[in-house]
Write a protein that binds this ligand. Structure first.
Ligand SMILES: Nc1nc2c(ncn2[C@@H]2O[C@H](COP(=O)(O)OP(=O)(O)OP(=O)(O)O)[C@@H](O)[C@H]2O)c(=O)[nH]1
Ligand SMILES: [Mg+2]
Length: 482
């Protein structure tokens, strides 16, 4: 679903109606009915009592999925190995008449499986189930995993034995792997540990916990026969301490941190209400929620852009995915608005599109604010080719100043952003603190210039084709340089 080839023609990370209302309550209290808020607080306290098995309150998952959809800690345990058995030779049965005993012994000896060196092959316990995490195109979020939190694979089967060695004796059954589906773009890490995998391709998988090995079986025999048996079963019957091997090995227990970074080529960024979701719905088949209040979008919406006709036969391989992100506000890096955590979803993008409401009070300042928040999150984001879309030019106040806004924004920045290897190295999901020297240099003029500034009305369809042309040109540029 998140891949270029199979993304469905609609957005899939839809904000829940209740989430938006909650967010409005928290960040725009003047719009809220406080009587209802009182009852809401009581509900919250009650909900805390009903904890989900995974530790996350199920009500929180429903009301605030944007806080949980892209990160989860789970613990997994692979299955223990099944046990082997202590087996006796059949001639130890007192019920058998002595005359037949020797015959039976010979028959068994002839039919029991042997290894290349002539030793007896005794059955082993089944392998415990492995735990595998795999990328599933049908998943959009990690929310489901919050509900469970703990995953255990089954143990392997024991050697099904009556305690007597017969040719029909079988190994214990191996348990199937427990496979955990996650969305494309999920990074799998050991909790507070090393990176295990970045699952970006459909079906890509990682074995995170190996099932325990099944225990081997041993031959039991009276002391006086042990020596003879030793020669028959040299690979198994060694000494008394070997007995422990009849027990299957335990499975592994691991705590994992799963982090989703959506797989998209183009990221739409801008202040709330700028028209990002409207833009996405104008050029893709995605149907994100659109409304005239801030923070309509709480989780990224993805849409698929058809192939670039300018590439001729290569057109089909050039389809791109667009990610419409929640609105950023000044101070997002300090946690204002929705905070800045969702900016991790720009990590994999190659081109950024700044959507600016040209009818707003100070569009240039809005643009600079977003640029600065990007820099505070990850300076590397500023090095990506980007265009600026001055939206809402159907409104007179936007249309009248379109020319001057275009000129002013085009002037901001330099043609080539000076490279600071240290900042590039430090670029990560963590905030990169500035040194005091950098603070002094903090000058918006070191932004790279936009590849284009386009005035549009995505709502009315004005100059949308021109904007699309520019987005495709930027994508082609990236393609060529790659
Ligand atoms: N007049 C006009 N209104 C527009 C245009 N594009 C979007 N809008 C309106 O602006 C409002 C906000 O649009 P959204 O697409 O939800 O804005 P957003 O940037 O996704 O907002 P958040 O999700 O809150 O970040 C809606 O009422 C849209 O109808 C436009 O070109 N012209
Ligand atoms: Mg939106």
């Amino acid at each position: 679903m998140l891949s270029l080839s199979t993304l469905p023609p609609s957005s899939f990370l839809r904000p829940h109606g209740g989430d938006r209302r909650l967010f409005q309550r928290l960040h725009y209290p003047e719009r809220c009915n406080f009587e209802k808020l009182g009852s809401y607080q009581i509900e919250c306290k009650l909900a805390k009592l009903k904890q989900a098995p995974g530790g996350t309150n199920p009500d929180s998952l429903i009301k605030e999925p944007h806080k949980y959809f892209d990160q989860v800690i789970i613990s997994v345990r692979s299955g223990d190995g099944g046990h082997g058995a202590i087996l006796k030779m059949p001639n130890q049965s007192p019920a058998k008449p002595v005359g037949k005993l020797e015959k039976e012994k010979a028959r068994i000896k002839g039919s029991i499986k042997r290894d290349f060196d002539g030793s007896l092959v005794l059955p082993v316990g089944g392998h415990g189930g492995d735990i595998v995490v795999y990328a599933d195109e049908g998943r959009d979020t990690l929310l489901e995993l919050h509900k469970k939190g703990r995953f255990s694979a089954k143990r392997g089967g024991n050697v099904d034995s009556t305690g007597v060695l017969t040719p029909q004796l079988r190994n214990g059954f191996a348990s199937p792997s427990l496979r955990i589906p996650v969305p494309l773009g999920t990074v799998v890490k050991q909790k507070r540990g090393k990176l295990l995998a970045d699952l970006t391709q459909p079906g890509q998988e990682i074995l995170v916990a190996r099932g325990g090995q099944g225990g081997i079986s041993l031959l039991d025999a009276p002391e006086h026969k042990k020596k003879k048996l030793m020669s028959l079963t040299s690979n198994v019957l060694r000494d008394d301490s070997d007995k422990v091997l009849t027990h299957g090995q335990p499975g592994e227990e691991v705590s994992l941190e799963l982090i989703l970074r959506v797989v998209a080529d183009v990221g739409l960024v801008g202040l709330p209400n700028a028209g990002k979701s409207t833009l996405l719905s104008a050029i893709t088949l995605a149907k994100p929620d659109i409304a005239d209040y801030p923070f309509t979008t709480l989780m990224p919406n993805l849409g698929r852009l058809d192939g670039d006709p300018a590439l001729g036969p290569e057109m089909y391989s050039s389809a791109a995915t667009l990610a419409d992100l929640p609105g950023l506000i000044e101070g997002a890096h300090l946690g204002k608005g929705l905070g800045r955590n969702f900016l991790r979803h720009l990590r994999r993008t190659r081109v950024l599109v700044h959507v600016v409401d040209a009818a707003a009070e100070d569009p240039v300042n809005d643009y600079r604010t977003v640029r600065e928040e990007l820099r505070m999150y990850n300076p590397e984001y500023l090095r990506r080719p980007y265009l600026v879309v001055l939206n809402k030019i159907d409104l007179p106040q936007a249309n009248e100043r379109l020319q001057s806004l275009t000129e002013e924004i085009s002037r901001i920045g330099t043609d080539v952003l000076p490279m600071n290897p240290q900042t590039v190295l430090e670029a990560s999901d963590k905030l990169v603190p500035r040194t005091s020297d950098e603070e002094e240099e903090k000058d918006l003029e070191d932004y790279a210039r936009p590849v284009a500034v386009v005035g549009v009305s995505v709502l009315k369809g004005v100059r949308v084709k021109e904007m699309l042309k520019q987005i495709r040109a930027a994508l082609r540029q990236c393609r060529d340089s790659e």
